[in-house]
Design a protein around this ligand. Structure first.
Ligand code: SF4
Length: 471
């Protein structure tokens, strides 16, 4: 998928002005935040389970080569073929080559963010192979001119029922339906034909289990079962970081994954698939492939961003992010939105291509509070900001202002009188109401969307502190 993150500011401004999107995002955030809170409260020991999940994600990352090798041996022993791709181009080439080798004309796909990274649908189209998204949200986006997903769990959360209803009537040439169950039935009827005529199923992987050579896939719609059992060929496209040593590791992490993602104690479907169909088995694919992709993952190992590889793609950080809640996923300009995307996009696509993303955060810390695998997202965002400054990528006036501030902040005899003057000027600007309508220059962004509260007393913290101590 092409990176569009360099246009973040203009895209975010457009999304803020979109009243319909604002309504859809607000409805989603309230629902999912409440559901997660209730599901987490049911756990007897959330913090203990989180610690265990961190440990179970860190263990394979510490020796990724060893666990990948173990996974490959186990998967191969069960009749699957394991292939490795260095980058997106190689991953697409390998998957298309598998399709060609087996004379595939139609592919059914289960939701996979890695396939979005790779641009797999475009690769299939270029090879003359039809590929059909079968997750309901992804299907809606595909028939809407291949629109990209705006959320990693709920890809079509930016649209409401009326938009989907109008889209189905236009694309399916059917009478317009109003009820959600009528719309899902219509999608099911269309997709059933594709499932039955598909030659190859492509899925992602929630986890790759090294001890058994299995792939674990978590869904709510069951479409992944239709993609993996009916077609002759099953291809799993996954990042190399998805490997877990044991089934017990997956069981521990599953206690947190769906609770954090949708507020469910367990998803509707949890599939554990090991090798192709064996002799005497009634269903399953004749051929099973794993295409395991690096595409920047090994570059994070042992570095300051390694903790990002723990991510289990639950989406909790974006659901709780006040910035994501206002602008939605498309503004971020690549596959992964929200706080995790604001780290992953610059890390995978290049800091210079996503210059505004590490700043698209209030650093309120809520993302790390809810992250089930304790990724310190605010710290990582701060590190990316540091990198930008070190490489001179921030605008000259911002760097000059920060240098001036640092100069003053290191000299209390200069800083304190300046702060005193600033506090009094801000109080004066707030007037009787104590609200500042607009700030000039670098402060303008703070008041672009809302009023800024003026300091109530017009005195600095140190002045107030000293006054109280003296009392
Ligand atoms: S960073 Fe944490 S909260 Fe965000 S998607 Fe990944 S695991 Fe979930």
């Amino acid at each position: 998928m092409q990176v569009q993150s360099m246009h973040f500011k203009s895209r975010a401004a457009m999304k803020l002005a979109d009243a319909r999107l604002q309504k859809n995002l607000a409805a989603f955030a309230d629902k999912v935040i409440n559901a997660r809170a209730a599901a987490i409260a049911e756990l007897d020991d959330f913090e203990g389970t989180r610690e265990a999940a961190v440990e179970r994600r860190n263990r394979p990352l510490a020796h990724l080569d060893v666990w990948l090798d173990r996974f490959e041996r186990a998967a191969t022993a069960r009749g699957a073929t394991v292939l490795y791709a260095q980058d997106y181009a190689e991953a697409a080439k390998l998957v298309v080559a598998i399709a060609r080798r087996h004379g595939v004309k139609k592919v059914t796909k289960s939701k996979s963010m890695v396939s979005e990274e790779v641009g797999l649908n475009q690769a299939f189209a270029a090879a003359g192979i039809e590929s059909v998204e079968t997750d309901l949200g992804e299907y809606i986006l595909q028939i809407n001119d291949n629109e990209p997903p705006s959320h990693i769990i709920a890809p079509v959360i930016h649209k409401d029922r009326d938009e989907v209803s109008e889209l189905f009537a236009r694309v399916h040439h059917t009478p317009r339906k109003r009820e959600i169950n009528q719309l899902t039935r219509e999608a099911r009827e269309v997709l059933r034909g594709h499932f039955l005529s598909s030659d190859m199923g492509v899925t992602g992987a929630n986890f790759l289990i090294a001890e058994t050579g299995s792939v674990a896939i978590v869904t709510n719609e069951g479409n992944e079962g239709m993609c993996t059992i009916l077609p002759r060929v099953h291809v799993v496209l996954a990042g190399i970081e998805k490997v877990l040593p044991t089934l017990e590791d997956a069981a521990t992490i599953m206690r947190l994954l769906t609770r954090s993602a949708t507020g469910q104690p367990i998803s509707n479907y949890f599939s554990l698939l090991t090798g192709p169909r064996s002799l005497g088995e009634a269903d399953g694919p004749e051929h099973m492939y794993f295409v395991l992709m690096d595409a920047g993952r090994t570059g994070l190992l042992g570095g300051e961003f390694e903790s990002m590889l723990r991510c289990i793609r639950c989406g909790a950080c974006m659901n709780h992010c006040p910035v994501y809640q206002k602008i939605g996923g498309h503004a971020y300009g690549w596959v992964y939105p929200g706080p995790m995307g604001s780290v992953l996009t610059p890390v995978y696509a290049g800091v210079e291509k996503a210059i505004d993303l590490p700043h698209a955060a209030t650093l309120c810390g809520q993302c790390s509070v809810v992250c089930p695998v304790k990724i310190p997202l605010p710290d990582l965002l701060r590190k990316l900001r540091e990198r930008q400054v070190e490489r001179g990528l921030r605008p000259w006036y911002e760097r000059a202002a920060l240098r001036a501030w640092a100069f003053a902040a290191l000299r209390p005899a200069l800083y304190r009188p300046m702060a005193r003057i600033g506090a009094r000027v801000l109080k004066w600007m707030g007037g009787d109401k104590g609200r500042i309508r607009s700030l000039p220059l670098l402060g303008a962004g703070w008041t672009a969307q809302r009023d800024f509260p003026a300091p109530a007393t017009g005195r600095t913290f140190i002045e107030q502190y000293q006054a109280r101590r003296g009392r």
